[in-house]
Design a binder for this molecule. Structure first.
Ligand SMILES: NC(=O)C1=CN([C@@H]2O[C@H](COP(=O)(O)OP(=O)(O)OC[C@H]3O[C@@H](n4cnc5c(N)ncnc54)[C@H](OP(=O)(O)O)[C@@H]3O)[C@@H](O)[C@H]2O)C=CC1
Ligand SMILES: Cc1cn([C@H]2C[C@H](O)[C@@H](COP(=O)(O)OP(=O)(O)O[C@H]3O[C@@H](C)C(=O)[C@@H](O)[C@H]3O)O2)c(=O)[nH]c1=O
Ligand SMILES: [Mg+2]
Length: 299
């Protein structure tokens, strides 16, 4: 029976990984409160990895507060880069596969075309810089690894854009949402299921997918259209809200100032991912979003 270690078990992806891996082996999930689970104490994390000796380490812990990172650069780099190096070195030492997650924010978002795994990186904000630094540590110290780049992650467990919009929709009659940032909302459940599947294949079949792989569903939208979609889906489920989809107004990013600059074009090319699965297995982003929306509303 394979052994898995999940770091960041209480995050959106970490939570779903516990579900995805539950029947596939022995699972140890650690949060920051657990011994060896605090990435601000990277030596303890490394010691825990070496002592537990898992076949696969899933690192779902990250500093993800994009705006706050602008004024907490040290913390963002400590979690997203320094700790990642220690984790990579520990995995390499014991021969474990490392599964790690990264982001569309490693790019500058110029142009309109989707970026593949080889596209040049150029982060616009501290969070993106710290995530890119983490990628580099893994590529340097643990070649037996997956770096799955996702975008716009949401899930039942944790904070995300779907929950924010549902909350605002209860009280606000109008909302302005940026319409010039384009990307693929990605379900944490989808990320967990696919990354677990590909890592298990690597363990059992010794296939050579290791390296960077974009992990996004098909299709793209803007934050504004995503917000409209969330509200209209909720409405069609019979839930009454103050906010109507037609009262969500598109604005350019320049009219929504935030401490961190965000990329406009967050499109990630998922051809590499799709080549690993049968035709039709990867769906449009809205298929996954509908499922989670229903689960969130039910809560
Ligand atoms: N969220 C998104 O939109 C996207 C996320 N990603 C990447 O996917 C991965 C998973 O993200 P997601 O699940 O959404 O993130 P979440 O923010 O939901 O979860 C991250 C988890 O890491 C924990 N964490 C933070 N600091 C530490 C620490 N020092 N030690 C231990 N745990 C810590 C957080 O705990 P606490 O809550 O206590 O801070 C939280 O449980 C990350 O690598 C992220 O960069 C990629 C693209 C988009
Ligand atoms: C709530 C709200 C947001 N927005 C905008 C702000 C922002 O550009 C966009 C999404 O808001 P968020 O705060 O969710 O954005 P953000 O936290 O930057 O989301 C990012 O998180 C990190 C961790 C990633 O890796 C990225 O892939 C991405 O998901 O919507 C509005 O325009 N109006 C609103 O009322
Ligand atoms: Mg966020």
């Amino acid at each position: 029976m394979p052994k898995f270690l999940i770091l960041g078990k209480n995050g959106q992806v970490g939570w779903e990984l516990q579900r995805s891996l539950a029947l596939k082996g022995e699972v140890l999930g650690l949060g920051r409160e657990d011994e060896g689970g605090d990435l601000y104490r990277p030596e303890e994390v490394a010691s825990k990895i070496i002592a537990y000796h898992p076949d696969i380490v899933f690192n779902a812990a990250a500093y993800t507060a994009v705006d706050k990172a602008e004024s907490e650069q040290d913390k963002a780099f400590a979690v997203n880069s320094t700790a990642v190096r220690e984790i990579a070195q520990a995995c390499q030492q014991i021969g474990a596969i490392l599964v790690h997650y990264s982001t569309d924010y490693v790019f500058d978002g110029s142009g309109n075309s989707p970026r593949d795994e080889k596209a040049p990186t150029k982060p616009l904000n501290v969070y993106g810089q710290s995530k890119l630094a983490g990628e580099d540590e893994i590529l340097r110290y643990c070649p037996q690894s997956f770096i799955f780049r996702a975008s716009w992650v949401y899930g039942v467990h944790g904070k995300n854009f779907i929950k924010t919009i549902l909350r605002l929709a209860q009280t606000k009659e109008t909302l302005k949402v940026v319409s010039d940032q384009i990307g693929a909302p990605t379900s944490a459940e989808f990320i967990a299921d696919i990354s677990a599947e590909l890592a298990l294949r690597a363990l059992n079949e010794k296939n050579k997918l290791f390296g960077i792989c974009n992990l996004v569903p098909n299709g793209t939208t803007s934050w504004c259209d995503f917000a409209k979609w969330i509200v209209s889906q909720t409405q069609s489920l019979g839930i009454d809200q103050a906010l109507k989809p037609q009262n969500i107004h598109p604005i350019p990013s320049t009219e929504y100032p935030t401490p961190a600059v965000r990329p406009l074009n967050s499109r990630l090319d998922n051809n590499k991912l799709r080549s690993q699965f049968n035709e039709g297995c990867i769906h449009d982003w809205s298929v996954y979003a509908k499922r989670i929306l229903i689960e969130v509303i039910g809560h």
